[in-house]
Design a protein around this ligand. Structure first.
Ligand code: LMR
Length: 334
């Protein structure tokens, strides 16, 4: 009984009792999406690889679909050491006080996975991760999901179609500004609550890559989906820093290898998963999928362009300029 209390106390302090003992090290990995999404599959892949490469010394327990923690609670739980790993969307770091990650939310800032990769694989990606360390968090990798599209209960062909609509967003000021800029009413809400909010009319619409929309069955409660692909959604894989640093060096190295393989896997499957989800949504016949014309897409770009400048004070003008430079993005072309 007494030993159990000591173990609990150490765990609560984010210290690794198991790391110094011979027994198995358990890593709790919590996330909010379904198992059959790019992130869900990559987390399960990491659990498999971690077990293989450490020859069973490490057991990664994955808790999908907010079964352990919801959006708001999971960051806190990570800092306390109640959970060891997370992979929150880059749009969810504001409440932690690291608002620079919200640069990833700027509309149309990446025109594809390649330009995104220039940021995440380069010095900018690294310097953003470093901002987490004073918070007791270590960033291990960036994992892709994909590009978000708007859905609602009425057709969306122009930005004006979203005017006055209540739109669920993640906890990002950039996303808030994005919605306000086109006249929508943004509502921050945990991912686990979105389906019900759409079903009951608490909100009229939302935005997400199709893999998230489909696996949460949002297409059953949204009549229209327009493939605007107006913003990126990706993840930072995080660990409790104290826990990570307390692992035996050889084990940590094996886990780093497992993470490297998992990152490659995650970024390989993301697009395919979203393409498959789109096909499944179309086949379901529950929502009308609209492919905007080039002229309509341009309208969305033009309407959302002011968000970049408006958010300079939030995420940092210098950071935004550095991203433009890295990707070759020209804001004048929006
Ligand atoms: C959301 O909350 O809309 C998504 O970021 C969920 C996720 O983690 O993909």
């Amino acid at each position: 009984m007494k030993l159990r209390h000591i173990v609990l106390a150490l765990a609560a302090a984010g210290l690794s009792f198991a790391a110094t003992a011979q027994e198995q090290i358990v890593i709790k990995f919590s996330h909010v999406v379904a198992k059959e999404t790019p992130k869900g599959k990559a987390a399960d892949f990491f659990a498999l690889k971690a077990g293989e490469l450490t020859k069973g010394k490490v057991k990664v327990e994955v808790f999908a679909n907010s079964t352990l923690y919801k959006d708001k609670e999971e960051m806190e739980a990570l800092q306390l050491g109640a959970v060891h790993m997370l992979a929150p969307s880059l749009a969810k770091f504001g409440p932690l006080g690291v608002k620079e990650f919200e640069a990833f939310d700027l509309p149309y800032i990446f025109d594809g996975y390649d330009s995104l990769r220039k940021v995440t694989n380069g010095p900018l990606g690294k310097s953003l991760m470093a901002k987490l360390e004073p918070k007791g968090i270590k960033g291990l990798a960036y994992w892709d999901n994909g590009f978000k599209s708007f859905s609602a209960n009425t057709p969306i062909k122009t930005p004006a179609d979203l005017k006055g609509k209540k739109m669920r967003i993640q906890s990002s000021k950039v996303l808030e500004e994005q919605m306000r800029t086109i006249g929508s009413l943004p509502q921050v809400m945990a991912f686990s609550e979105v389906y019900q909010a759409l079903q009951t009319g608490v909100v009229d619409g939302t935005e997400n890559p199709i893999s998230n929309l489909y696996t949460q069955k949002m297409h059953e409660v949204q009549k229209h989906l327009t493939l605007t692909e107006h913003g990126y959604l990706g993840y930072a894989v995080l660990v409790n820093k104290k826990f990570w640093d307390g692992l035996p060096a050889d084990t940590r190295k094996q886990l780093e290898d497992a993470m490297e393989q998992s990152t490659r896997y995650a970024n390989q499957i993301a697009k395919v998963e979203n393409d498959n989800a789109l096909e499944a949504v179309k086949k379901s016949g529950k929502t009308t999928v609209y492919q905007p014309t080039e002229a309509e897409k341009r309208e969305f770009k033009k309407a959302l362009a002011p968000v970049h400048q408006k958010m300079e004070s939030r995420v940092g003008k210098e950071l935004i300029q550095s991203i433009y430079k890295e990707t070759g993005f020209n804001p004048a072309k929006l």
